[in-house]
Design a protein around this ligand. Structure first.
Ligand SMILES: C[S@@+](CC[C@H](N)C(=O)[O-])C[C@H]1O[C@@H](n2cnc3c(N)ncnc32)[C@H](O)[C@@H]1O
Length: 255
């Protein structure tokens, strides 16, 4: 079913309002194909009818946001950032954690360095959070892990799970998954020593980036550190952090 310009605009507005992701005109094809999937699984026959459902049904809204978000991630992505983790970082927030590879990589790194922090892993996508909670990945996703890490921290699946690995219990217990929308949820009451919020700022416009940066600043202890993705930068927005080097921003003690 072809989207009209008006329908595309309305759906983009919903996505922007709910999760801050900016779907410009070039994303029409992508939105169309993700929407087609939702129409097939809900059995809804027209975009007009689907729009009405979206406006009234919170569960379908969550499914729709799940379908349009980009969840690409992998184990030990941009792992040169991990050297900023120290024994002082016992409370870690991994915001926008997708399917769990990032928080599990952080947990493994810390254990290898001899400390065991607790990690909150959050995302807007309930589908990704479920995957993270299960901690089960295809062999393909684990193939670049060093063999000793694979042996130490993953179990091999058997029978129908033959081509899968599962993150061992000891690691899974270090990570708590919960839904958190960076745009609309309130500042968490807990304060964190360090926050990883990587490869999600890239989808936000400057106003949204600035709001999220302020929110993350409020969620950090001072001193504390925010780490963003290598392709991202906060230098086009106003924010309260002290820039350290690309991707690394500090919250400093008030003078
Ligand atoms: C490309 S993945 C990045 C995953 C991981 N941080 C990494 O660097 O590999 C972006 C993630 O951001 C999540 N996301 C998008 N908008 C969000 C929002 N408003 N609040 C929380 N998470 C969001 C998506 O669901 C997706 O899982």
């Amino acid at each position: 079913m072809d989207l009209t310009t008006r329908q595309f605009k309305r759906l983009s507005e919903i996505v922007y309002h709910e999760c801050g992701i900016n779907l410009h005109d070039g994303k029409k094809q992508l939105l169309q194909s993700r929407l087609d999937k939702r129409l097939r699984s809900t059995g809804i026959k027209s975009v007009k009818e689907y729009l009405k459902v979206l406006e009234n049904d919170q569960r379908e809204l969550i499914n729709f946001l799940d379908a349009v978000s980009t969840n690409h991630t992998y184990f030990f992505r941009e792992s040169h950032h991990f050297k900023y983790l120290t024994k002082d970082h016992m409370n870690i927030w991994c915001a926008a954690s997708s399917s769990g590879e990032e928080p599990y990589s952080l947990a493994i790194y810390c254990l290898e360095k001899g400390f065991k922090p607790s990690i909150i892993a959050s995302d807007i996508s309930t589908r990704m959070l479920r995957m993270g909670q299960n901690g089960i990945y295809s062999i393909e996703k684990a193939k670049n892990l060093p063999p000793d890490i694979l042996r130490k921290y993953f179990q091999k699946g058997t029978n129908s799970w033959n081509n899968h690995v599962r993150v061992k219990n000891e690691i899974r217990q270090m990570v708590t998954f919960k839904r958190y929308n960076l745009i609309s949820d309130p500042i968490p009451s807990q304060k964190y020593d360090i926050i990883f919020c990587r490869n999600v700022f890239i989808y936000f416009d400057n106003e949204t980036k600035s709001n999220v940066a302020h929110k993350l600043h409020n969620a950090l202890k001072a001193p504390g550190c925010l780490i963003i993705g290598g392709a991202e930068s906060l230098n086009t927005i106003s924010h309260p952090f002290k820039y350290v080097q690309p991707s690394i921003y500090n919250k400093v003690l008030p003078v």
